[in-house]
Design a protein. Structure first.
Length: 432
């Protein structure tokens, strides 16, 4: 009996003696100083989602998430130009709800939110988040871009007017005034996005040489006091949900007489239809009769009125107007611009010795589907979890994904050990 007791006690002692030590996570700033952090950018930096800049989404902007994590390594307070309304600064917020289409069929989809937008009255205090929805690279350098008097006539930005330090201030000037110890910069999407979302006819793409000059001027100012920082490149815009909800062959024909009628009408143009799925008819000023069938490499935009496709003959009897589609040439223009912008951003990141976030590659992974904290994410509209209801901006979970990519880049560049966030702690699209 004593022998067994001795053996038992010896084994217990051995188990405790061999108990592995678990290294505790020790947060550290590495060679960076996060005590005075500012963020500079556009709507993605501001926390824009679901077609609006509203309170709860802004609270979980990726810079706000970063600032919370920076506090574990000496980061200071991070002030945003707080939007109090859940309906946004300006009207336009979308919510997920049931509605009835022109055929009388009920469906679940994005509908305009019912509520009062806040307006763009100045907040009256200095902010750390200088994200301005709608801003292009050159807008950050423009004096008077936040002049309230210029907003009604389209000469200023209402979102910047809320927190601009003066009528003649510039975003980059206000950023410099902070004398920040660390900054994040994510800008350039809007230099091509307006062209893309207007079907290639409502805006122009910023040229490569001007873009490089603007970016260099922005970074020169942000780093003038020796601040360190992180810069991100641009995702492939046409991978966003906005461009992939409506399939090119979304014209579904179920009636033989309808097929025969369309074939007779379009026979002179060599266009044929069949029962089942067919490519839409789209407007094209360069095609015979100003119209043609869309190809599988082209896109129909999310803004295309659904009831016009269902009940007004768009895409069959009538061509879908040009502003709702992207041709192969237009898509090539977009992709070429982003490729050039991203080359510039990487070069400047190296030149200014900054942490670099390859968002373009990351969103390539998201297009194929990624899993984070046990939850799956993709670019699929609504159910993919990444894009909000406007199809361009991210959900709050999506912004958490982005924040973690920034943290990975910062940790790698500056030898820091900043903890990542749990993506599942953040809200996604709210279902009714």
């Amino acid at each position: 009996m004593k022998y067994r007791t001795i053996i038992f006690l010896s084994l217990v002692g051995l188990l405790f003696a061999c108990k592995p030590e678990i290294d505790e996570f020790k947060a550290s700033a590495g060679s960076a100083d996060f005590s005075n952090y500012i963020s500079v950018g556009n709507s993605l930096t501001a926390g824009y989602a679901d077609g609006a800049l509203y309170h709860s989404a802004q609270a979980n902007s990726y810079p706000s998430i970063l600032a919370q994590q920076f506090k574990t390594v000496g980061g200071g307070e991070f002030v945003q130009p707080v939007v109090e309304s859940e309906y946004g600064v300006l009207p336009g917020k979308l919510v997920l709800d049931f509605s009835t289409n022109c055929l009388g069929d009920p469906s679940l989809g994005p509908v305009p939110a019912s509520g009062q937008a806040e307006g763009y009255s100045p907040v009256g205090y200095s902010v750390n988040n200088l994200g301005v929805p709608g801003a292009k690279t050159f807008h950050l350098l423009a004096p008077g871009y936040g002049n309230p008097a210029g907003v009604p006539v389209g000469l200023a930005n209402p979102y910047y007017a809320r927190f601009a330090s003066a009528a003649d201030a510039s975003v980059i000037g206000d950023a410099a005034a902070h004398e920040a110890s660390f900054f994040s910069l994510w800008i350039g999407n809007n230099d091509v996005l307006g062209y893309a979302t207007s079907g290639g006819i409502g805006d122009t793409i910023t040229g490569q040489q001007p873009f490089a000059g603007y970016m260099n001027a922005i970074l020169g100012t942000l780093t003038a006091n020796g601040a360190k920082g992180v810069i991100a490149n641009l995702p492939g815009i046409t991978g966003a949900a906005f461009f992939n909800v409506i399939p090119y062959n979304g014209l579904v024909l179920t009636d033989t007489n309808q097929v025969n009628g369309l074939n007779a009408a379009y026979a002179p143009l060599g266009i044929t239809f069949n029962l089942g799925q067919n490519p839409f008819i789209i407007a094209d000023p360069n095609a015979p009769a100003g119209l043609r069938q869309i190809t599988e490499n082209e896109m129909v935009l999310l803004t295309t009125p659904g009831d016009s496709l269902r009940c007004a003959g768009w895409g069959s009897i009538k061509p879908i107007p040009d502003q709702y589609t992207l041709s192969e040439t237009e898509i090539a223009n977009i992709n070429s611009a982003i490729e050039g912008y991203n080359a510039t951003i990487k070069t400047l990141a190296d030149t200014y010795n900054l942490a670099f976030v390859d968002i373009n590659s990351y969103f390539g992974q998201v297009e194929s589907g990624v899993t984070y904290d046990g939850e799956s994410f993709s670019v699929t509209y609504v159910t993919g979890g990444t894009f909000s209801l406007d199809g361009i901006h991210l959900t709050q979970k999506g912004y958490a994904l982005i924040a973690n990519q920034f943290i990975t880049a910062i940790n790698g560049k500056y030898g820091a050990n900043i903890p990542k966030v749990s993506v599942t702690d953040y809200p996604g699209i709210e279902f009714p």
